[in-house]
Design a protein around this ligand. Structure first.
Ligand code: HOZ
Length: 433
């Protein structure tokens, strides 16, 4: 069934570290061989062996409208005929910036980059340059890409591989990154009081997606916002996952919170390698060439990435009902999974959901931060993952990742997913504690 994937993984390990170009894909925590994909259309993935899957990753977010969405593919094809890169400005970059500004609150200026990592890295450099301070606060289990400053108590692959300290990140850099538990406002207030006048930025995943989906508790972001205002700290929303997914205005609009800077990643490229950071003019005007905070990139604003993103964001802007449809489908899935797991009754569980982000935690208690996410029965998740995979349901290969729904999913696909969950649960033997 996975003959070709097994063969490709063997071969990949000869030329690519660990056989993959991003660690979560290696299936290290769930075990087994990663499935090598060949193509996808709508909500269906097809692997190298010809197996078909219903996709719950959506390329970790961006495939909101499904794979190979025709207007996006057509726009890319047409644009490529006029060159794939100039290293010089284009009108399309202005249109893209104007579109983002028209959709998102509190963004006066936006700078395109090529990945979410680059966006977050540049945003904290800007915050440091703007405030003249060195330290930042991030949250345990949050992942803001792999720049040195963020690889402290990070989520996603760092949590999946259980890497406590990342070799190569200097103590100096690590010392400037302070961490607090997500949803623990008091811990953040204490950090700020201890390091008064030293904190340049607080960066947060507004709805966390790199330790599974974990929701902000009421008042948490409001408290952070107030603290940042009082202490002159730049408040950064990392919207790499939530931007244009929770709604056209991202988490800022969905949660009714104003951030000073926002960062974006893959979502704004419709699946192409893109990122961006933006925010208030007062801060953004410190970026070169307006100011001296240097940041650059030959492929920034790349025409193929811009046209893919512009086409997808335009669809999202013009069809706001997409978000209601997505939220309804996610709620339907939630209920179906909830009923299936309750009826089976052999393992405690919690389901977290916000918009079209959802995750199942095999836990007896609410999952509200990294400690509770890590304390769940993630070995059981791994079994569930494999039981679903072999039935054609492609979930994230780690309990420390959110699931992302795409709007090509039909209710029949959701029913199939729920039915396959029932079959999977019936198959899994619960180990005697
Ligand atoms: N860190 C990404 C999700 N949170 C995973 C990216 C990938 O492995 O492709």
């Amino acid at each position: 069934m996975y003959t070709k994937s097994i063969e490709l993984f063997e071969r990949a390990q000869q030329s690519i570290p660990g056989g993959v170009n991003s660690p979560v894909r290696a299936f290290k925590s769930v075990g087994g061989t990663p499935v090598f994909m060949k193509s996808a259309k709508g909500t269906y993935l097809y692997d190298a062996d010809g197996n078909k899957y219903i996709d719950y990753i959506a390329s970790w977010g961006p495939m909101i409208l499904g794979h190979a969405y025709e207007p996006v593919v057509k726009a890319i094809q047409e644009k490529a005929l006029g060159s794939t890169s100039f290293g010089a400005p284009t009108e399309l970059e202005i249109e893209m910036a104007e579109l983002i500004i028209s959709m998102v609150p509190n963004v006066d200026l936006v700078r395109m980059v090529s990945s979410g990592t680059e966006a977050c890295m540049s945003a904290i450099r800007l915050a440091r340059g703007y405030t003249g301070r060195n330290k930042i606060i991030k949250f345990e289990g949050h992942y803001h890409g792999h720049a040195d400053s963020f690889l402290v108590k990070a989520g996603s692959g760092v949590a999946t591989l259980d890497i406590q300290t990342v070799p190569g990140v200097t103590a100096g850099v690590a010392n400037d990154t302070l961490t607090a538990p997500y949803n623990d406002l008091e811990a953040v207030q204490q950090l700020v009081a201890t390091h008064k006048g030293e904190i340049a930025a607080i960066i947060v995943e507004p709805v966390a997606g790199n330790m599974g989906c974990v929701l902000p508790e009421p008042g948490f972001h409001e408290g952070l916002r107030k603290l940042c205002d009082e202490e002159g700290i730049v408040f950064i929303f990392d919207e790499v996952m939530t931007g244009f997914r929770l709604g056209a205005g991202g988490a800022q609009a969905a949660l009714n919170i104003n951030a000073d800077l926002v960062t974006y990643g893959k979502v704004i490229g419709g699946g192409m390698p893109v990122g961006a950071f933006g925010g208030k003019k007062e801060i953004m005007q410190h970026i070169a060439p307006l100011g001296n905070v240097y940041q650059a990139g030959t492929l920034s604003g790349n025409p193929i990435a811009m046209i893919a993103g512009f086409t997808m964001l335009t669809e999202l802007k013009n069809n706001p009902s997409i978000y209601t449809e997505l939220a309804d489908k996610t709620e339907y899935l939630h209920k179906g999974l909830q009923d299936a797991l309750t009826e089976w009754g052999e393992e405690p569980f919690r389901i977290n959901r916000f918009g079209s982000m959802i995750s199942v935690h095999f836990s007896d208690f609410p999952v509200v931060d990294f400690t509770s996410a890590a304390a769940a029965n993630n070995q059981f998740f791994n079994k569930y993952f494999h039981a679903m995979l072999k039935r054609g349901i492609y979930l994230p290969p780690s309990a420390f990742e959110s699931w992302f729904l795409n709007n090509a999913l039909t209710y029949a696909d959701l029913d199939e997913t729920i039915a396959k969950t029932k079959e999977s649960l019936a198959e899994i033997t619960v180990p005697v504690p």
